[in-house]
Design a binder for this molecule. Sequence first.
Ligand code: KG4
Ligand code: ZN
Length: 342
Amino acid sequence: MLVLGIESSCDEMAAALVRDGIEILSSVVRGQVDVHTPYGGVVPELASRDHVRVVSAVVEEAFRTAAVGLEEVDGVAVTAGPGLVGSLLVGLSFGKSLAYRLGVPVVGVHHLAGHLASAELADPDLSAPYIGLVASGAHTSLYRVEEQGAPALLGTSRDDAVGEAFDKVAVLLGLPYPGGPAVSQAATRGRDDAIAFPRPMLNRDGLDFSYSGLKTAVALEVERRGALGEEDVADVAASFEAAAIGVLVARARKAIRAEGLGEVAVVGGVAANRRLRADMARAGRDDGFRVTFPPAELCTDNAAMIASAGTRLLVGGERHGLELNSFSRVPIEAAPWAPTPE
Ligand code: KG4
Ligand code: ZN
């Protein structure tokens, strides 16, 4: 089964062709860094306007790179939420129209189900049940992913997402947008223990996260230091990264123990972070659980993961009509289009 995936929930327009849910024939991602850089963050109205301009070209490029014709597609999978509604609508409208024209079914995919699918797409040995940690610009959530049914939410951020904290710290440190990679790069030159930043929620019960206190602590530290030299930027970045990533690793360890499972899949943009990859792998070795990360290009937003999650829905007989709408906020289990992970 050949499925076209379309993803446009935030500031990336992406299209991919995936065969049988696992073989990526093409995966095109067009970002908008130039559009949002002057503002230090994503401006929703500008994001959707840019999506309108590029959607046809991005989908065309996906077909050209895969060297397949429109008529070979068996179905269309498109992100229906959560995300910026204006951005989502562009991909959704395009996907529905194309499916209608081609006479093939269309399914709406939950963005986080897509991120979780990226782990199974990249690692065929991963098998449910396992712990899925989604660490992105908008979400920090731990799931118990089952063989059947929607993933069960174990814990989530009560305020900012971890990627959002990286992006905000980048602004405080005068580093370029997008902040995650820039902070991570600066951190390589700094000392992790230069500042003892708080590791919120770690002494609390449960598996929730909180990142706004850490962000405020960084803001106060930056204010205290006044004009920042290169060494200040590096030390603050390294100490922040150690705290932010330390919380993710500690929570994943706790989830593994609490659920009695043996595997963690880390997905979402922050899963591209080198420190998270190294520290989580070490925790796995120490505690005896397996850790899997998709390659960096499948961690950040892409359409291959959407095509993969959508393929499962299509194979399961799921069909969504042209009335399918976009949702800015929607829990994974409430979506009528929650996937059944294999
Ligand atoms: O999954 P994603 O592409 O979009 C959302 O669904 O949110 O994640 C984007 C987030 C941004 O906050 C970005 O700063 C962060 O992922 N990110 C990173 C790294 N690469 C991307 N954060 C830390 N270290 C990185 N290397
Ligand atoms: Zn995402």
